[in-house]
Design a protein around this ligand. Structure first.
Ligand SMILES: *[C@@H]1O[C@H](CO)[C@@H](O)[C@H](O)[C@H]1NC(C)=O
Ligand SMILES: *[C@@H]1O[C@H](CO)[C@@H](O)[C@H](O)[C@H]1NC(C)=O
Ligand SMILES: *[C@@H]1O[C@H](CO)[C@@H](O)[C@H](O)[C@H]1NC(C)=O
Ligand SMILES: *[C@@H]1O[C@H](CO)[C@@H](O)[C@H](O)[C@H]1NC(C)=O
Ligand SMILES: *[C@@H]1O[C@H](CO)[C@@H](O)[C@H](O)[C@H]1NC(C)=O
Ligand SMILES: *[C@@H]1O[C@H](CO)[C@@H](O)[C@H](O)[C@H]1NC(C)=O
Ligand SMILES: *[C@@H]1O[C@H](CO)[C@@H](O)[C@H](O)[C@H]1NC(C)=O
Ligand SMILES: *[C@@H]1O[C@H](CO)[C@@H](O)[C@H](O)[C@H]1NC(C)=O
Length: 797
């Protein structure tokens, strides 16, 4: 399986077969990051499905699942997020198989009394299996559980042992991971066993609550029954036999409610297999039932699995690699990362609780702050159609709510972490696909209006949507000493830096639309990061570096934040997460990191820091003293910043060292939250030997971890291939190796730069050949366009 290339010299027919044996699904490990805080979702979903059916364990895990064997299974729920923090999101409508009770009324139904360990494999790990579109586990009760999903419907298969003479399945309505449910409702049809349920739940990263609805039907597999043999709702540990709703059940907040059904055993077989089909909706139970009936009318579990595998294979096969001299771990790291970039946002089209529209509706944005840097640029390479639909959904939200979404869960705006980062997402789409926008259903006029709304109109609450636009327009920074009504007066410096980048993104769109004065205006606002640069602040660690982004008062004088703040070397050990109500000005990264990263104008930053050598010294200082933070997005581009100082070999080595030390294919193989695939997309770019500059036509270039990697783009119908000509393998620890890019040819001709690629290389489908060397002292080249662009050196075009 590992490599098909030894066969290349054989018959053409054999070669075709051999290529066909490489199935990317065989190289996806869904358990990466399910332990150690990655919070990834390993259950069953289609690409960008709304429903994500998965196993929930105790410990209130963010994506439901914990890989550690001592964690008990609490249920199999239908919606999830992936890689998030905050409170536990969307673990709604858990189903749970009950193997045996002495009588219906004696069944213990609460989470604490029903929870069950998994069976263990000889190596002590739980007997769980997952591959794209499918999840299974064996419980210690000898019940086997298998899960599959369509867009809005989950299909569960429960196989009970012969000792389960009365197999039962419960539907838990109130345990959504936070026990936040109010107003639970249940209706049981005793004839068919159909259970319709709903409740109102809390969101996980902000204010607002949402209604969710479920509709469950049951069917025997390999035998048939006409309905349940017993039924009833439950409260806590008291099932009420023959009841059909919760009306008799005194409801109290925090109490557990649900429904329980008993089924006849399959007497013709040693095991009894029962399918549970559960449709979900944010609109109504009737719509939940309709979703289930329309999406899985056939009740064919294997067909649901193979249909979703087909969708996953289609997306993942757009990235192809030659695996010669590459270890399986690296191949798995790549395809698993690629997989995790397609779990969210979720396609909730038809399930927008707030208004009706024929436009697509995508939800589960958590958050754009995380994903604008690398996730959407990765979609540009191989999945522009889904990207276009997500953009349309965002524009539609802006039309109805006034501002683009930033973070969103089940229709509710959630907390903003910094700027308004739908701006660079829309700009990323438009800069790269303006010629195809109309065909993809994206109106350039609406897109531009949506960007201007973020940039110009201050919202009533900038914690949730939009920006603190008024003072930004007035001063070009966010004063740190003034309390403005309308949102939290925190993160002033990091927000200002992000507003500047967002305005840069808008300038890029304005240019394409021929709006010259707008382009000029937003380009100038993009340079407002200079207002936060205080040249007189010294690094307090004696390193001699000076000049940092700092908080500024309304009167134009400076406050002071220790540049080490929010780093592991912070003397105050501040976390700098959203709940930190302080006035230091920074979010989730140190002033040191924020001072090294203004992607729109790195040349300016180099000038401020005293030239290339100083800039390189400063980058080295960051890495050698642990200021680089692999767990948070503002650090993602830092390893590649050497490119701008004409020292791309150092970027290559730093990037590879980051992968070697912080990312691997074990369940603990993520350094922190996967952040809705943000970390995954960054991993995928690093492994491909690239780093994207969102909202531009340039992609920074390093060397891939493969002798050959190609991206198929279905909008251009073109494949672009990067070949590492004298690839000899990857250094295990990321240090040294024959991995430095000495020269670049595109379609056989020497290229203008060794440090970046222009987007037209991808639109036309090119072959990029990299000549590699073991000399780290390579350069970007000699020509005037060798260095990647910056606003102050002529700008992006
Ligand atoms: C699993 O359940 C058992 C029995 O209730 C309990 O003792 C144990 O602590 C649980 N495990 C975890 C990780 O909570
Ligand atoms: C569970 O048990 C079944 C039947 O014994 C076996 O085929 C399967 O591999 C086991 N593991 C999982 C994760 O389903
Ligand atoms: C500027 O504002 C700060 C904080 O409000 C204050 O401490 C300082 O004295 C002011 N400086 C001047 C020159 O007004
Ligand atoms: C200046 O910064 C310090 C440290 O972050 C903070 O405690 C103080 O409140 C700030 N001063 C003003 C006037 O905002
Ligand atoms: C895998 O990555 C994690 C997270 O960065 C790290 O803690 C762990 O040591 C790594 N494990 C291996 C075997 O490299
Ligand atoms: C790399 O390949 C080029 C062209 O094939 C060759 O000239 C060069 O010697 C090779 N370098 C190394 C280090 O193998
Ligand atoms: C990394 O590996 C190379 C050779 O594989 C070795 O020479 C070097 O000392 C290692 N460096 C570190 C920091 O472990
Ligand atoms: C790269 O340059 C540095 C100093 O400029 C030098 O010490 C080092 O030996 C060079 N490396 C190689 C592989 O030539």
């Amino acid at each position: 399986m590992k490599s098909s290339f030894p066969l290349v010299s054989l018959l053409a027919a054999v070669v075709v077969d051999a290529a066909a044996t490489f199935d990317p699904l065989d190289h996806v490990n869904l358990f990466i990051g399910t332990n150690n805080g990655g919070n990834t979702f390993p259950g069953a979903t289609i690409p960008h499905g709304m429903v994500k059916v998965g196993m929930d364990t105790d410990g209130n895990h963010f994506a439901g699942y914990d890989a550690r064997p001592e964690y008990n299974v609490t249920g199999f729920s239908q919606l999830h997020q992936t890689g998030t923090g905050g409170a536990v999101p969307l673990s709604n409508f858990k189903l749970f198989p009950v193997p045996h009770c002495s009588a219906f009324e004696q069944c213990l139904t609460t989470i604490d009394s029903r929870k069950t360990l998994r069976k263990l494999l000889p190596d002590g790990s739980p007997d769980d299996f997952a591959s794209p579109g499918y999840f299974s586990t064996n419980l210690s009760t000898d019940i086997r559980v298998e899960l599959a999903a369509t867009r809005r419907t989950g299909l569960h298969r429960y196989t009970f042992p012969s000792s389960s003479t009365t197999p039962r399945i419960l539907l838990d309505i109130t345990n959504d991971g936070q026990i936040s449910a109010i107003s639970p409702e249940l209706n049981i049809d005793p004839k068919t066993g159909r259970m319709q349920a709903s409740a109102n739940f809390a969101t996980s990263f902000g204010p607002g609550r949402y209604d969710a609805y479920a509709c469950v039907d049951f069917k025997g597999e390999g035998y048939s029954f006409s309905g349940p043999s017993e039924w009833g709702p439950y409260k806590i540990n008291y099932p009420d036999k023959n009841g059909v709703d919760l009306s008799q059940h005194y409801y109290s907040y925090g109490s557990e409610h649900g429904g329980l059904l008993s089924f006849p055993q399959n007497t013709k077989s040693s095991t009894t297999t029962i399918l549970a089909r559960i449709g979900i909706s944010l609109i109504s139970t009737a719509q939940a039932c309709r979703n289930a009936e329309e999406e899985i009318p056939h009740w064919d579990f294997d067909r649901v699995v193979s249909d979703s595998q087909k969708q996953w294979r289609d997306i993942l096969s757009r990235v192809q690699v030659d695996t010669t001299n590459v270890d399986e771990d690296t191949v798995t790291l790549l395809y698993s990362a690629l997989y995790r970039t397609h779990i969210v946002p979720g396609d909730y089209t038809g399930e927008n609780p707030k208004w009706k529209s024929s436009e697509p509706y995508y939800d589960a944005l958590y958050c754009n702050w995380d994903t604008y840097r690398t996730l959407f640029p990765l979609m540009s390479l191989h999945d522009p159609e889904n990207f276009a639909r997500i953009v349309r959904g965002m524009i539609n939200i802006q039309k109805h709510e006034g501002w683009l979404p930033e973070a969103r869960e089940a229709g509710q705006p959630q907390f903003i972490q910094g700027g308004s980062h739908a701006d660079p997402i829309l700009a990323e789409f438009f800069v790269k696909f303006s010629d195809h926008a109309a065909k993809l259903g994206v109106s350039s006029k609406d897109l531009y209006n949506a960007l201007l709304a973020d940039a110009e109109n201050q919202p009533p609450n900038w914690n949730l949507q939009g920006r603190q636009a008024d003072v930004w327009k007035e001063k070009g920074y966010i004063p740190s000493d003034t309390t403005y009504p309308g949102g939290a007066n925190t993160k002033q410096v990091s927000r200002a830096l992000e507003y500047a980048f967002d305005d840069f993104a808008i300038s890029q769109v304005a240019k394409i639309l021929g709006k010259k004065s707008d382009a000029k205006k937003y380009t100038s606002r993009a340079q407002n990061f200079l207002h936060s640069w205080n040249p007189d602040v010294d690094a307090p660690d004696g390193s001699g570096f000076s000049g940092f982004m700092q908080p500024k008062f309304a009167n134009g004088t400076w406050n002071y934040t220790d540049p080490r703040h929010c780093s592991v070397n912070d003397p105050l050990k501040a976390t700098c997460f959203l709940n930190a109500i302080r006035r230091d000005g920074f979010y989730e990264s140190s002033p040191i990191v924020y001072s090294q990263y203004t992607p729109q104008d790195t040349a300016q930053l180099i000038k401020l820091q005293g030239g290339n050598e100083k800039f390189i010294d400063r980058l080295n200082w960051i890495f050698e003293n642990n200021y680089f933070d692999s767990t948070n997005e503002p650090s993602q581009q830092i390893p590649f910043m050497y490119h701008y100082a004409n020292a791309p070999g150092f970027s290559t080595q730093r990037a590879r060292q980051v992968i070697a030390t912080s990312f691997n294919s074990t369940s603990t193989g993520l350094p922190g939250n996967d952040d809705s695939g943000a970390m995954a997309s960054y991993t995928a770019f690093y492994l491909a030997g690239m780093y994207p500059l969102p909202a531009t036509k340039q992609i920074l270039l390093s060397s891939p971890y493969f002798p050959k990697i190609s991206f198929y783009n279905p909008v251009f119908k073109k494949t672009t291939t990067i070949k590492a000509v004298n690839f000899t393998g990857n250094p295990a620890n990321g240090t040294g190796g024959n991995v430095f890019v000495k020269s670049v040819k595109v379609n056989g001709k020497p290229y203008k730069s060794n440090c970046y690629l222009e987007w037209d290389v991808f639109t036309s489908g090119s072959t990029i050949e990299l000549e590699l060397t073991d000399d780290i002292n390579v350069t970007c080249g000699m020509g005037k366009d060798a260095l990647p662009p910056s606003i102050s050196t002529g700008g992006y075009n």
